[in-house]
Ligand binder design. Structure first.
Ligand SMILES: Cc1cc2nc3c(=O)[nH]c(=O)nc-3n(C[C@H](O)[C@H](O)[C@H](O)COP(=O)(O)OP(=O)(O)OC[C@H]3O[C@@H](n4cnc5c(N)ncnc54)[C@H](O)[C@@H]3O)c2cc1C
Length: 381
């Protein structure tokens, strides 16, 4: 029976990038995934890598590091990374003040960004509505990734060029420490051994150590997303808007953040966790996001499986105030789910020295996972 240096449970972005960094250190790695093709949060997200939105502590640094890691891999194989930059557009004076303060905070951090007046924003983006925009902040280094393909392509690259062993349709149902190492059992009766195991199981907390997650105070988040019909005109960059400025962690570091007030309309949208993001996919379609609703970790059923038409209509109504599109026809709409720690930025736990759990990275996994896992694997070895 072959023993691996590291076995990873879950082929989402965290599991895949843990594999990447461990393989780079010369470790033998087996990645086990329960589905025939993984299709959870890492494959249904918005696909933006925006360090500018992250908490201005080490998570911003993980975001910057992740951009570099994506670029390094993109140099070898096309993982769909496009450095198209991101815009934040303010819709009122309070949001504009936050952008001005943020501009300063990022200058101090030597992170490229440029502040624009409303007129300059309209020149740069003719699809923008004059009545909406009060000004903008642009981050040229930020990037888009296609979530439908990115993690799959990284995994293929690891299999082909770095010696990753990968088994889909392997649900891991038990993990224990035995004879000083980790014993892993899958639902189809196979047993695997490794010096260490990382459980990167996303929201699937029911199978392995379920009691651990309740104590950790995690919550599950459901997001609604839409894809609009393909447009001939192009959005040059990813677009984040006033409600994103009000929501994203980085803005909490601005001196005036504590004084921000929401009007009734903004409050109604914020109550549904709505902020409006636009991104253009390769085929010209526009990805429009998103809303957020929450339930305790083991109460996922509370969030239901339906897409709420009311929430989608609220998002469309707000989106129409921001951009002039050729068509607002909705081609598809879907829900994605992720786990989020209530009191910390991520949930990690070590059990019996050899078993590591990493989940609960929340809404920042595409932006920060490559950088975060680099650090984690570095500390592990
Ligand atoms: C709609 C939406 C939009 C988002 N937009 C962005 C964005 O633009 N930018 C950004 O930075 N982040 C974004 N995020 C967040 C990001 O997608 C997540 O943080 C990230 O994908 C979480 O990755 P993960 O590896 O922890 O989990 P997952 O992607 O859920 O992967 C976990 C994997 O583990 C497998 N698994 C679970 N249990 C077992 C088991 N017992 N045996 C075998 N396999 C198992 C699952 O099948 C799954 O494939 C968004 C998320 C959503 C839902």
């Amino acid at each position: 029976m072959k023993k691996y240096d590291l076995i990873i449970v879950g082929a989402g972005i965290i599991g895949t990038f843990c594999a990447y960094h461990a393989l780079k250190k010369g470790k033998s790695v087996l990645l086990l995934e329960k589905d025939s093709q993984p299709f959870e949060a890492s494959f249904r997200n918005f696909g933006q890598a925006v360090p500018s939105g992250q908490s201005l502590n080490h998570w911003f640094d993980y975001g910057r590091k992740s951009l570099k890691i994506y670029r390094d891999i993109q140099d070898y194989t096309d993982i769909s990374m496009v450095k198209n930059g991101s815009w934040y557009y303010a819709s009122d004076d309070q949001e504009m003040t936050l952008l001005e303060e943020m501009h300063q905070l990022f200058i101090e951090r030597d992170y490229p960004n440029k502040l624009f007046s409303a007129e300059a924003c309209l020149m740069e983006n003719p699809m923008l509505k004059k009545e909406y925009v009060k000004g903008g902040l642009y981050f040229p280094d930020e990037a888009s990734l296609n979530p439908l393909v990115m993690v799959h392509r990284v995994r293929e690259y690891l299999i082909q060029y770095m010696g990753l062993h990968y088994l889909p349709l392997y649900s891991v149902i038990s993990v224990e420490k035995k004879r000083g190492i980790a014993k892993i059992q899958s639902a189809n009766g196979q047993v695997f051994w490794a010096d260490k195991i990382i459980i990167a199981n996303g929201r699937d907390t029911q199978f392995l150590f379920p009691e651990v997650y309740t104590q950790a105070e995690l919550k599950i988040c459901k997001l609604q997303m839409m894809r609009l019909k393909s447009q001939k005109r192009t959005l040059k960059a990813n677009i984040l808007t006033g409600l994103s400025i009000r929501r994203y962690e980085s803005f909490h570091f601005c001196p005036s953040y504590a004084r921000i007030q929401a009007n009734a309309e903004q409050q109604k949208l914020q109550d549904q966790g709505i902020h409006i993001l636009f991104k253009q996919a390769d085929d010209g379609s526009i990805i429009l996001g998103d809303s957020h609703s929450y339930a305790p970790v083991h109460q996922q059923a509370q969030l239901g499986f339906e897409i709420s038409t009311e929430i989608n209509e609220m998002m469309l109504l707000e989106a129409k105030k921001i951009l002039e599109l050729e068509s607002w026809e909705v081609e598809s709409t879907w829900a994605g789910f992720y786990l989020q720690a209530n009191k910390s930025d991520i949930f990690t736990k070590m059990l019996d020295d050899v078993i590591h759990i990493i989940t609960g990275i929340g809404g920042k996994g595409m932006t920060t996972s490559p950088g975060f896992t680099a650090d984690y694997i570095h500390k592990l070895y």
